[in-house]
Design a protein around this ligand. Structure first.
Ligand code: DLL
Length: 432
């Protein structure tokens, strides 16, 4: 139990962080080279030999790994240690085909939980807090990761898992939960349910740790207002360990990457070229001290940018901006790139809740986009003329943001299905 704010590392100079990363990277590369035949072959096939890699500056010579490699090598092909040393698997479903399975030794679990503990401490968590974990438990990393982090910090941990909103609210009020961990879409749903049941005065929450899906700054402000909390972002992916690869601090200007465990690069997703600090591109991670599942230059498909400017919170760990979405979530409509998070930004700015559904189709060889948007209790109207006007105003705001026309259909409050985990916002009929 303790304070997982490791000042000497989290606030170390950039030179010191680079030194730690260099030392760990060379060990991690050697470990993968010697123990993961699949990886060694991949490197050799790319024409690189072991001796070509003398420091972390040489990392750009190495090939990328992607979800395809995890699928090819499924289930044990990327294991870096004997199976008998592994104590856990976690998994995430890909969009197609086989699931992705990641393995952990005891030390890997420990490292991962430390990362989550740092996130909880950065959100103000101490052993006086009651931490309600409503991410799913089981194969998904959200529940187990935040649960482990909460234990380490010494919070009273409520292992709720996802769903059963009445029970969530009962424990939240009876046990005075102070920290809420769940997806932002579920946090919005809980906020709505709290309002409906008139429970706002009984809620003692002070902070939320929300992640696992893309969410906009506007949605953050909306959840903060409705729950009366400060909302912190947390990012991660199963392949690299789970939540806690990076975490938000009190400044809310991006998420600090736990750089003593993960090395980040931004690349041009088309060419693979490494881009300078501050450029937008695809995030690539290298694990620095994992035993069971070392991954070097793993392409996340998440689009964002990095900043190495010192943060006013004192941490010097590089920050990643909120991912705009995954490159495979990006819709190409009439040749224009559209991220669902851009649509969300417009809706919330215009006073609508983040309950929407995007339907993309192709009619007579032309792409179409329809957005079903729920009205809030406050702006609900059943007057057709008024609805028409509201729809028109959204169409022009969306046109200004996206540069293309989207059809908008306003629907009554509570008609779009709520999600207890990651929200499914897009139905792309072109793929069906
Ligand atoms: O979603 C791990 C996680 C659990 C993170 C709980 C945060 C909280 P996966 O199921 O493997 O793991 O999905 C990973 O989710 O590549 C991103 O596309 C997306 N993602 C995760 N966190 C964020 C975030 C977990 N804060 C994929 N903002 C990643 C935007 C996020 N996208």
């Amino acid at each position: 139990m303790g304070n997982y704010y490791q000042k000497e590392i989290e606030c170390a100079s950039r030179e010191e962080i680079r030194r730690i990363q260099n030392e760990k990277f060379l060990k991690q590369f050697k470990h993968a080279w010697e123990n993961v035949p699949y990886y060694r072959k991949k490197v050799e096939d790319s024409g690189v030999s072991f001796d070509d890699i003398k420091s972390i500056d040489d990392i750009c010579k190495l090939p990328f790994l992607s979800k395809d490699d995890l699928r090819d090598a499924y289930p044990y092909g990327l294991l870096g240690t004997d199976l008998k040393n592994c104590v856990r698997i976690q998994s995430t479903s890909g969009t197609t085909g086989k699931r992705v399975v990641a393995f952990y030794t005891k030390d890997d679990v420990d490292l991962w939980e430390d990362c989550c503990a740092r996130a909880i401490v950065a959100a103000g968590g101490t052993n006086e807090d009651v931490c309600q974990v409503c991410y799913g438990y089981g194969l998904f990393t959200g529940g187990p990761g935040l649960h482990g982090g909460s234990h380490k910090v010494g919070c009273l941990t409520l292992p709720m898992s996802s769903g059963n909103t009445d029970r969530q609210l009962q424990f939240m009020t009876d046990l005075n939960a102070t920290i809420l961990c769940c997806t932002p879409s579920y946090a919005a749903y809980l906020a709505e349910s709290i309002e409906e049941r008139g429970l706002r005065d009984k809620i003692k929450l002070k902070a939320g740790i929300f992640g696992a899906e893309a969410w906009s700054e506007e949605m953050r402000a909306d959840i903060e207002k409705r729950l009366g909390i400060k909302a912190y972002d947390i990012y991660g992916l199963t392949e690299i360990s789970g939540p806690g690869v990076s975490f938000g601090c009190s400044e809310q200007k991006g998420m600090h990457i736990n750089e003593d465990h993960f090395y980040a690069e931004i690349i041009n997703p088309k060419t693979g070229e490494v881009l300078p600090m501050g450029s937008e591109g695809e995030l690539v991670f290298t694990s620095l001290d994992k035993e069971a599942f070392p991954l070097i230059r793993y392409r996340t498909k998440d689009i964002c940018e990095l900043s190495d400017e010192k943060c006013s919170c004192g941490r010097s760990f590089v920050r990643m901006a909120k991912p705009r979405g995954r490159s495979d979530d990006m819709l190409i409509i009439k040749g224009v790139n559209v991220f669902p998070s851009q649509i969300e930004t417009v809706l919330i700015e215009q006073g609508y809740p983040a309950n929407y559904q995007i339907i993309v189709d192709r009619v007579n060889h032309t792409d179409t986009i329809d957005v079903n948007v729920e009205m809030s209790n406050d702006n609900f109207s059943d007057n057709l003329g008024k609805i028409n006007e509201m729809e028109k105003s959204l169409v022009s705001a969306l046109k200004a943001m996206l540069g293309i026309h989207a059809n908008v259909h306003l629907v009554a409050p509570r008609t779009i299905e709520r999600s207890e985990g990651k929200a499914v916002r897009v139905i792309d009929k072109r793929k069906i």
